[in-house]
Every structure is written in structure tokens, then in C-alpha cells.
Design a protein around this ligand. Structure first.
Ligand code: SAH
Ligand code: SF4
Length: 364
């Protein structure tokens, strides 16, 4: 028997094609997207504005298939973490972080990550596979349905969970399109952020493909240190990355800016000299309005060899950046009691050995 097509995660244009192949009117696309993404309805039988015939037809060839939730944990500070099981028993994680004026959902794009940044728990887990469109979008739908039933809502979505989104381009771009689509999640482009360790050719493609916000995981002001912390830097060094960032800023019709993420590692990348080098680098490449820095206190995990910088070191580092005219914020650690803080997402990655093969391929 043919496998049913999962309609979850199909963009508006792909759904239009699906209905046109069935000789159905294009307006079915809007109807089904609103049922699924606005009403949370996933059973064709409950879609009352579809004829019985259409419901039966859909039932025989398609599905809206949601993955299984393994666990849902609440941290003391209001963070919610979902562990989601994919077909073959891999687990991924998504995290909701409520703040006073917004609610940010942090989603995964891969099972594990092949890039092995030395301070990242996901990197330690190794890599198994890319997520499919529906597995990315299911994370948002699961969270939306749960949060709406608990008087909360998602205002921002960030690709800062497990994996490197720019190594899984097509599903990530489709997911972005659905996040921005008014018939689905209807978020503004400023509220959807792709975070990347800097896959240069993909970054150029993304700049022209989806109009979303960009965060770059920089973590070091020079290539010698970045080669160690973020090994993909050996292939795409800082200068190439900065040029691609420039390309991103100029592409698109709306004004853009970039958030540079910088994890604060005690005695490794947190000196005053390094703060000065970072200011110099960013001021050389960017006008002050287009680059912002987010300092992230390092979140430890069992295998990690680093310690987080002290609050006073972070303050002094931030001061240097301020004085150089760079807008800088420090991220407050949230959800660490349920291992939901940045870089603590480990999931369950089957066959971790795939990381080395994938990494060698990428670095070659
Ligand atoms: N692969 C992408 C997105 C996922 S990582 C990227 O690297 O940008 C999301 C963010 O968490 C990145 O900025 C990453 O550098 C940061 N991060 C990873 N491990 C961390 C840790 N142990 N403590 C704090 N932040 C961490
Ligand atoms: Fe992968 Fe990002 Fe972790 Fe690096 S920081 S290993 S790119 S998930």
C-alpha cells in the first residue's frame, strides 16, 4: 500500500498543487491551513466545510500526522520543554521561554548536529539526520496547541534548538514560509530567527530566499580561537562569514540587522583584549545599527570542559562593547533546571557515528 502523504509542513504553493492534482478548487488550501494551524484540527472528519466525498478521499491518500510527545517538563522559571519522538526512536527537543511581553519558541532543525562545536551539548551528541518539513512544523503546532490551552502564546520562533538550520535548507525555508503565512502562524519576519554557525554558501542563498531575521554564532573575535570553538570556521573563516553577513544585510527589500551570539567561556574568549578585538571586527564590517551582540553565559552539561565567565567579567566585556558603540545584551539563563537552556538540548540521537562522516564531508 502507498504511504499516505503527510500534509503537515507543506507550504501554501505545495498544498495548492496537491489540491489541483485532486481536481479540487484552490480555496481548499486556505481552508485546510486554517483548520490545521488556526484551529489545531488534524482529523479530516472534523473539517466541516469539506464535503463527505472530499473527506473520504483525503483520508484514503493523505494524513496530518503529528509525532508523539515523549515528555513535557516545566522549569521553575516558567520554561516549557517538549521531548518529541520521531519515527525511528530519535528524540528532538523544543523549548518555550515566556517573557513579560513575548513568548519565544526555540525549535530544532536536525537530530543532533554534525558541527561539533566544543561548548555545545547537541554537538557532543553527534548527528543522525535532518528533520523533514512536517517534523519542524509539528514542534510549533504542538507548542501552540498546548500554550493556547494554557493562556499563553508564541510570539517569536527561533531556530536555536538542536542542529544547524543552514545544513537543512529546504525544510527550514519551507517551515519559515509557513511561520510567516497568515493562513498558518502569521508571524512577522522580525519574529522568526534562523541562528547559524556560518555556513557561507547557504547563508547567501537564505538571504535571497526567506525574509527572516538572522543570528550568527560568532563566539570568538579571531580565526585561531574560532577554529577551535566552532570547527566549521576552518572551512568558512571569519572574513568569508562577514562578507556573507554583508550580503544578507543588503539583500531583501526591508531593513535588516544581525544578532551576533557570543557564548561567554571563562578564560577562553572573555578577556578585555578579546572584547576590544570583537568591537574592532564588528565596527570594521558593520554600521552600528546593523550589528547587535548577545552575550550568552555558558550553560554547562556533563561532558563539557568549560566554565562560564563570572557575572563581573561579563559586565566588563559588555562595557567594552558599549563604549565602542555596539548594542549589546546579555541573555539570562532560563530553564537550566530541566536542561532546556541554550546548548543543553541533547535529545536522543541514534547512531551517533554519522557525525564523523558528515563532518569530514563538510570540512573537505
Ligand atoms: N546551530 C545553530 C543553532 C543552534 S545552537 C547555531 O550554532 O547557531 C543555538 C545557540 O546556542 C548558538 O548560539 C549556540 O552557539 C548556543 N550554544 C550552544 N551551546 C551552548 C552552551 N553550552 N551554552 C550556551 N550557549 C550555547
Ligand atoms: Fe551545532 Fe550550533 Fe551546537 Fe555548533 S552550536 S554544534 S552548530 S547546534
Amino acid at each position: 500500500m502507498l504511504e499516505k502523504q503527510n500534509l503537515l509542513g507543506l507550504t501554501q504553493s505545495k498544498l495548492k498543487k496537491f489540491f489541483s492534482d485532486l481536481n479540487e478548487k484552490p480555496f481548499r488550501t486556505k481552508q485546510i491551513m486554517q483548520w490545521v494551524y488556526h484551529q489545531g484540527v488534524t482529523d479530516f472528519d472534523d473539517m466541516h466545510n469539506f464535503s463527505k466525498d472530499l473527506r473520504q478521499k483525503l483520508d484514503s491518500i493523505a494524513s496530518i500526522n503529528m509525532p508523539e510527545i515523549v515528555s513535557l517538563n516545566h522549569s521553575k522559571d516558567g520554561v516549557v520543554k517538549w521531548v518529541i519522538k520521531l519515527g525511528e526512536d530519535n528524540h528532538i527537543e523544543s523549548v518555550f521561554i515566556p517573557q513579560k511581553d513575548r513568548g519565544t519558541l526555540c525549535i530544532s532543525s536536525q537530530v543532533g548536529c554534525s558541527l561539533a562545536c566544543t561548548f555545545c551539548s547537541t554537538g557532543y551528541q553527534g548527528f543522525n539526520r535532518n528533520l523533514k518539513n512536517h517534523e519542524i512544523i509539528a514542534q510549533v503546532l504542538i507548542a501552540k496547541n498546548y500554550l493556547e490551552a494554557h493562556n499563553s502564546r508564541i510570539t517569536n520562533v527561533v531556530f536555536m534548538g538542536m542542529g544547524e538550520p543552514l545544513l537543512n535548507e529546504s525544510p527550514v525555508y519551507d517551515a519559515c514560509e509557513i511561520l510567516l503565512d497568515d493562513w498558518a502562524f502569521g508571524l512577522s519576519r522580525r519574529k522568526v530567527t534562523v541562528s547559524s554557525s556560518g555556513i557561507v554558501p547557504a547563508l547567501i542563498r537564505m538571504s535571497d530566499t526567506v525574509p527572516v531575521s538572522l543570528a550568527i554564532s560568532l563566539h570568538a573575535p579571531d580565526d585561531i580561537l574560532r577554529d577551535i570553538l566552532v570547527p566549521i570556521n576552518q572551512k568558512y573563516p571569519i572574513k568569508e562569514l562577514m562578507k556573507a553577513c554583508h550580503y544578507y544585510l543588503k539583500a531583501g527589500t526591508q531593513e535588516r540587522h544581525i544578532l551576533f551570539e557570543y557564548v561567554m567561556l571563562d578564560g577562553v574568549n572573555d578577556s578585555i583584549e578579546q572584547a576590544k578585538s570583537l568591537s574592532k571586527l564588528l565596527n570594521y564590517w558593520f554600521e552600528s545599527e546593523s550589528a547587535k551582540v548577545n552575550l550568552i553565559p555558558f550553560n554547562p552539561f556533563p561532558e563539557s570542559q568549560y566554565k562560564t565567565s563570572s557575572p563581573s567579567t561579563i559586565d566588563k566585556f559588555q562595557d567594552v562593547l558599549f563604549k565602542a558603540g555596539i548594542r549589546t545584551t546579555t541573555r539570562r539563563t532560563r530553564g537550566d533546571d530541566v536542561d532546556a537552556a541554550c546548548g543543553q538540548l541533547a535529545g536522543k540521537v541514534l547512531d551517533k557515528s554519522r557525525r564523523n562522516a558528515e563532518r569530514n564531508r563538510l570540512l573537505s
